[in-house]
Design a protein around this ligand. Structure first.
Ligand SMILES: NC(=O)c1ccc[n+]([C@@H]2O[C@H](COP(=O)([O-])OP(=O)(O)OC[C@H]3O[C@@H](n4cnc5c(N)ncnc54)[C@H](OP(=O)(O)O)[C@@H]3O)[C@@H](O)[C@H]2O)c1
Length: 338
């Protein structure tokens, strides 16, 4: 298949690099320093998949107008704040793409893509895969789970085009599944990333990493308290937790276990995370939003935390922990640069 990734930074480079390594044809659209470094020396991927350089099947451009030919799938992977500019630039390829999706966090991005590309071209997609750009030409893959990506039709169901994309991702080494209700995956992923990111930004502050905060019991208690506010809303929307990205974010257990046991479980997840990070040489151990705080860049606070607050308001549900965490994140975000 032919892929074009608009916004090839930390995650887009991991996904694009792994697809290219598996023989898919990939065009990355990214910043000049990163694209030039890849053109000169190949794309280095380190972390959980090993340490290697991808040179074959990769084209690099800084603007979609320079991308050549037709594409089966365009993946939008800028941060949310850059979506409009990226889509405006991608007008140049809009008629040359067969399908469009986004792995950005959040809900609502698919509706924006439908306005941009037309209703039928857009498919639903979600991933927990993690990537951080360490330097131009070098990205680090930091997180995966046994099933790390999901695709599905936005109006429900699984079609041959969804199966084709799933097969390409499987071949690239990403455990991937087609699902009939991709919107549930998107909401549950937002609950998971919202809990992890909101907790990180409010509990860890700048220097600490994810496992640091879970080694302290009170930290894990905070984590479960926030997860349970998200769960109240998710369940009121008619969903039951499915643990799409187990063993990360075990929301079924957070929902059903007594508090003490749920806290124990989260402390175990933290310890496992620490072991994996040590084994892969990964040192950062932060969610994408916490990474932004660490690097003093604007965070995706309204994309990641606000949709659940809006749903809570609409459904008349009290979410005091989520409201508090949102307030902390907004204060932090107000002093960060774009
Ligand atoms: N990273 C993860 O682990 C992860 C996991 C799951 C989901 N996500 C989601 O995936 C999205 C991307 O995250 P990320 O961490 O990969 O972000 P990132 O490292 O900042 O990557 C985005 C890249 O796109 C570039 N860019 C922005 N506008 C562009 C444009 N018009 N043309 C070309 N390049 C452009 C950015 O450059 P500048 O930095 O110069 O702006 C940056 O290099 C976010 O919505 C995030 O929530 C991330």
């Amino acid at each position: 298949m032919r892929f074009i990734i608009c916004g090839a930074g930390g995650l887009g480079s991991v996904i694009g690099g792994m697809l290219a390594r598996a023989g898919e044809d990939v065009t990355l659209v990214g910043r000049a320093r990163h694209m030039d470094a890849i053109k000169a020396n190949g794309l280095r991927i380190s972390g959980i998949y090993g340490d290697f350089v991808v040179r074959e099947n990769l084209s690099c451009v800084t603007h979609p107008r320079d991308a050549v030919g037709e594409f089966d799938l365009m993946i939008l992977l800028t941060k949310a704040k850059d979506t409009e500019t990226a889509l405006s630039e991608a007008q140049a390829i809009r008629d040359r793409v067969r399908m469009v999706c986004s792995f950005q966090n959040g809900v609502g991005k698919e509706e924006r893509l439908r306005e941009w590309a037309g209703h039928d071209k857009v498919i639903g997609a979600s991933t927990i895969e993690g990537g951080v750009l360490l330097e131009p030409g070098h990205t680090m893959a930091g997180l995966t789970t046994p099933t790390t990506a999901y695709f599905g039709e936005l109006d429900g169901g699984i079609t041959p085009r969804i199966e084709q994309v799933v097969a390409a991702f499987q071949k690239a080494g990403f455990g991937t599944r087609a699902v009939a209700d991709i919107r549930q995956v998107l909401w549950e992923k937002l609950m998971q990333i919202g809990t992890a990111s909101g907790w990180s930004v409010s509990t860890l502050g700048l220097p600490l990493t994810f496992p640091d905060g879970l080694e302290v019991r009170e930290g894990a208690v905070n984590y479960i308290a926030l997860a349970r506010d998200f769960l109240k809303v998710y369940k009121a929307m008619g969903y039951e937790p499915q643990n799409f990205y187990a063993p990360m974010g075990q929301f079924r257990e957070f929902d059903s276990l007594p508090l003490d046991q749920a806290v124990d479980l989260m402390m175990t997840v933290g310890a496992r995370f620490r072991e994996r990070a040590k084994a892969s040489g990964e040192t950062e151990g932060r969610t994408s939003m916490h990474q932004d705080l660490h690097r003093r860049r604007r965070m995706e606070v309204d994309v990641i935390l606000k949709p659940y607050l809006d749903q809570a308001a609409e459904l008349g549900i009290d979410v005091p922990v989520l409201e508090y965490v949102y307030g902390v994140a907004k204060v932090q975000d107000s002093v960060l640069a774009d």
